[in-house]
Design a protein around this ligand. Structure first.
Ligand code: HAX
Length: 438
């Protein structure tokens, strides 16, 4: 095939090569053992079971996330930027995740322009959003809006027309690009609908994807645009086992199209143990300040409140992780951003003080595997600082970013011809019988 689209052309070359290698190895060495599964892993949510292919990023328990081999500090330095902004363009990360190469400034700009060309929203989606009660959670509005766009799926249409398997990735790519282009507009529409009486802001297509999103939200200033570029970059992907990524992979494996797979992923992200934790963290911080009657609590006061939270049988939101065993580099990147851009903020100071207190308390419980902060521990305080203080919207921002990782991975899954996902389940009777005499 002769592709005009440069990203598609590169992707076609790379994926064809890998697909051929994978197929050949499968034939020759398909029975080679990769891993073993323990009783604890079966009971404990499959932690650490190596059972899925995910090309775009990989998570190390200590070092944290690497996107195609690059850490977050490296990406902050190496990805293309807009003008003299210090923060990376998420467009650059998408290119990197798709083809494994850092893009040039021109290639990142090409992607910005592509997403502008693909941004048109089908008219009915506004009606779908407007039909929902205004107090419907923003994540529900977001997921419903994404589902409603399924009617424009290129994958679904071409599948119905009898598309060959070899074209699946191409149709997935088209849907993914259209969806990513539209998401900031959909998210900004929901935000302005709920919190600003439907006073919407027209897009500014001279801006990049993240900058335009910041503009449509209505938060002024270059620093917030910088924050959005960083935010949308660092939340994009976290290897394949987390719930939103795995959901995309699972639903996509049935050949449900990217709209269906991604809206399902957003329903997974909306859980408080996953993406909704960003809203829970900031709610918890303000609740603590209210309970203590100060916006500047001491370490001792925070420790007391943490203990009260735990005694009530609740988790400390923003702390802990299923894989990480060190402070999350996404937390560190946001802390660094705050140090560089913000001279003083009560709520950010509280986040930093909580960080000094919580790990020791969680360690002392003796059961928490990772007492350190995760990505969600910091993001809310930064948003509040810039005036985005509608907490229930926070997970939508996460969702817009997550599209970059999970949809580029979905293109890979279809290009590699990965099959329907279908792990084996067992009953407790069977499982207990396996370990009874050992
Ligand atoms: N506060 C209190 N207890 C915690 C805890 C926390 N932050 N983190 C873990 N624990 C508890 C668990 O609830 C579990 O207790 P039980 O045995 O009584 O059920 C025990 O410690 C062992 O859990 P774990 O093995 O350390 O952690 P898991 O892999 O099971 O769970 C979670 C990982 C992220 C879900 C967990 O740490 C948690 O609930 N954290 C708070 C919510 C949160 O911040 N979620 C966002 C995670 C990052 C993310 O996905 N962002 O999108």
């Amino acid at each position: 095939m002769n592709y005009v689209d440069p990203l598609k052309k590169k992707f076609a070359e790379k994926s064809e090569q890998l697909r051929t290698e994978l197929r050949a190895t499968l034939k020759e060495k398909g029975n080679t053992k990769i891993d073993e599964v323990s009783f604890a892993q079966v009971v404990g949510g499959m932690r650490g079971v190596k059972s899925m292919i995910w090309e775009t990023s990989q998570l190390d328990p200590v070092e944290g996330i690497r996107f195609r081999g690059y850490s977050i500090p490296e990406l902050r330095e190496l990805l293309p930027k807009r003008g003299d902004d210090k923060e990376p363009l998420p467009e650059g990360l998408f290119w990197l995740m798709m083809v494994g190469e850092l893009p040039t400034d021109e290639q990142a700009k090409w992607l910005s322009d592509q997403w502008v060309q693909r941004v048109n929203l089908p008219e009915h989606i506004i009606k779908v959003i407007e039909a929902l009660p205004i107090d419907t959670h923003p994540m529900t509005q977001f997921s419903a809006a994404i589902m409603s766009m399924q009617q424009s799926s290129v994958f679904a249409r071409r599948y119905n027309e009898g598309m060959s398997k070899s074209e699946y990735w191409d149709a997935t790519y088209e849907d993914s690009m259209n969806l990513i282009a539209r998401l900031p507009r959909v998210a900004a529409y929901i935000y302005r609908r709920i919190y600003f009486k439907g006073e919407h802001i027209a897009p500014d297509f001279s801006l990049d994807w993240g900058g335009n999103f910041a503009h449509m939200l209505g938060i002024k200033g270059d620093d917030f645009k910088s924050l959005m570029r960083l935010y949308l970059t660092i939340h994009a992907d976290h290897e394949g086992g987390n719930a939103s990524a795995h959901t995309t992979h699972l639903v996509g494996s049935t050949l449900s199209d990217p709209y269906l797979a991604f809206s399902a992923a957003m329903n997974a992200l909306a859980g408080p143990l996953h993406g909704l934790a960003n809203q829970e963290v900031i709610k918890w911080i303000y609740k603590m300040c209210d309970a203590l009657g100060t916006s500047n609590p001491s370490k001792e006061q925070i420790a007391d409140y943490v203990n009260t939270t735990l005694a009530a049988g609740l988790v400390i939101p923003g702390y802990g992780h299923a894989v990480l065993r060190q402070p999350d580099p996404r937390f560190v990147a946001q802390k660094k951003f705050a140090e560089e851009y913000i001279s003083d903020s009560d709520v950010i100071n509280v986040v930093w003080r909580v960080y000094e207190v919580v790990p020791d308390i969680l360690k002392s419980l003796g059961k928490v595997k990772n007492p350190w902060p995760n990505v969600d521990a910091h993001s809310g305080a930064l948003l509040v600082h810039y005036g985005l203080n509608q907490f229930s919207f926070y997970t939508v921002l996460f969702g817009v970013s997550r599209a970059l990782g999970v949809l580029s991975s979905l293109c890979w899954s279809r290009a590699l011809g990965l099959p329907l996902e279908r792990p084996k389940s067992v009953t407790t009777e069977w499982l207990l019988a396996q370990v009874k005499d050992q």
